[in-house]
Design a protein around this ligand. Structure first.
Ligand code: ATP
Ligand code: MG
Length: 413
């Protein structure tokens, strides 16, 4: 375990890293390895994209059967904070990225002492903390839901009535709607905060949503920034269920604002890598939306995102290739969506007890692209894969997606 020489087959030599930052691309004479912190499905799809371009990949994840670890040239099985594991990752990698936002920021900072790391620990640290994240949005002039930071009993006491009904969210480590409670008044808020062990939290005003959307941008170290088209997202029980991407999915003017906001949020972080920014579009007829701009930012993820998976089949550059390009300092060109697309998330819920979903029926539909993450145990709410549907027209894509949903037992949308 601690024998570094045994653990690796190739070492990054310092000449590959010295001097001016330059692009990393396989020249034919030596292995160029891209490292990733985290071995989940996002890391797996990153590894696939990197390998398509000739790179070798290294994954650090404690799970011996992690989806990305199983498809990478190197799999370092230690905790994310283990100094030996981090040293080994740095030893085999020419540059390192992350695939989940809860990777300890100090681990990224440690890696950055010897290797290029993108996104930077400082940007990831902001995205990990809802209070810091919201402060960043405000700094960038992008409106978010009215909120209050709750870290002390005094802050709890002084919450304004305008924030009710609201959602109390833990500042750190929340995902898929976990670590959240809906509260109608100060008494419920106090109870919910106690239930959350009085961890640092953010209380957000509950907003009337017309729809939810997200934007993925990729920003290079030279400041070049490109984006994928605006994605319209449907969540069920706090988890992304369906993403629809085609002309008219979101009113044009709001889509333009969302792209501009995502780019300014990335630029404000001096961000390098792929960043996803999630937005709420408000139902302006509802009095609770009064005084707010029609588009407010929800949160950001410093990595590719579930809502960007359609880009693997519907765009000429996928979000994972964008991640590879930003990490390897390769040119960024504006991706082009060549087909309308719908993505259905395949949660463990669609797996019948002891069996597998009827893939033959799904794959018999035109324009269906099945992506499974190699997870051997299906569980409720667990992300097992996704189904992308592409086609010649929006109507056709919608019709096929609804058919696939019906076959899989996914509620119509
Ligand atoms: P993930 O990181 O998986 O996207 P999360 O746990 O960080 O999820 P949020 O994005 O904060 O959770 O919230 C999950 C969902 O709850 C949102 O997509 C939205 O549907 C709803 N929601 C969150 N905040 C609000 C709000 N202020 N007003 C109305 N609905 C909200
Ligand atoms: Mg979210």
């Amino acid at each position: 375990m601690t024998d570094l020489k045994q653990a690796t087959t190739s070492f990054v030599t310092d000449d590959a890293l010295s001097g001016e930052p330059q692009s990393l691309l396989l020249g034919g004479s030596k292995e160029i390895t891209l490292g990733v912190m985290g071995g989940g499905q996002l890391g797996r799809m990153f590894a696939h994209a990197a390998q398509c371009m000739g790179f070798f990949t290294a994954v650090l994840d404690p799970d011996p059967v992690s989806p990305a670890g199983r498809v990478s040239h190197h799999h370092i099985q230690t905790s994310y904070t283990d100094p030996v594991g981090l040293e080994r990752l740095a030893l085999v990698s020419h540059a390192i990225t992350t695939e989940f936002e809860n990777v300890p920021a100090p681990a990224l900072a440690e890696l950055a002492k010897t290797r290029p790391v993108a996104p930077a620990a400082s940007a990831v640290a902001i995205a990990q903390d809802r209070a810091a994240e919201k402060a960043h949005f405000v700094r960038c002039g992008v409106p978010c839901a009215p909120y209050a930071v709750i870290e002390t009993a005094e802050q709890l006491e002084s919450v304004g009535a305008n924030l009710f009904p609201g959602i109390l969210k833990t500042a750190r480590m929340g995902y898929d709607g976990k670590g959240q409670a809906r509260v109608r008044n100060a008494a419920e808020l106090a109870e919910a905060w106690a239930d959350m062990q009085q961890l640092p939290c953010v209380l957000e005003k509950m907003l009337p949503l017309q729809l939810e959307c997200s934007v993925i941008v990729a920003r290079g170290s030279n400041g070049d920034c490109v984006n994928l088209p605006v994605q319209r997202n449907l969540h069920r029980e706090g988890i992304l269920a369906v993403t629809e991407v085609y002309a008219g999915n979101v009113p044009d003017q709001l889509a333009e604002r969302a792209v501009a906001a995502a780019k300014s949020i990335a630029a404000g972080l001096d961000y390098v890598g792929v960043l996803c920014v999630e937005f709420f579009v408000l139902d302006e007829a509802n009095p609770a939306a009064q005084g707010l701009s029609g588009l407010v930012v929800n949160e950001m993820a410093p990595r590719p995102h579930n809502s960007g998976h359609y880009s693997m089949d519907a765009c000429d550059v996928s979000q994972f290739e964008l991640q590879v390009r930003t990490l390897a300092r390769l040119p960024l060109v504006q991706p082009r969506q060549h087909s309308p697309a719908i993505m259905l998330n395949l949660l463990g819920d669609v797996w019948p007890e002891g069996g597998v979903p009827p893939w033959e029926q799904v794959l018999a539909l035109p324009g269906t692209h099945l992506h499974l993450y190699g997870k051997l145990r299906a569980a409720r709410g667990r992300k097992m894969g996704h189904l992308n549907i592409t086609g010649g027209s929006i109507e056709q894509v919608r019709a096929t997606a609804l058919q696939a949903a019906q076959i899989l037992g996914i509620e119509a949308f």
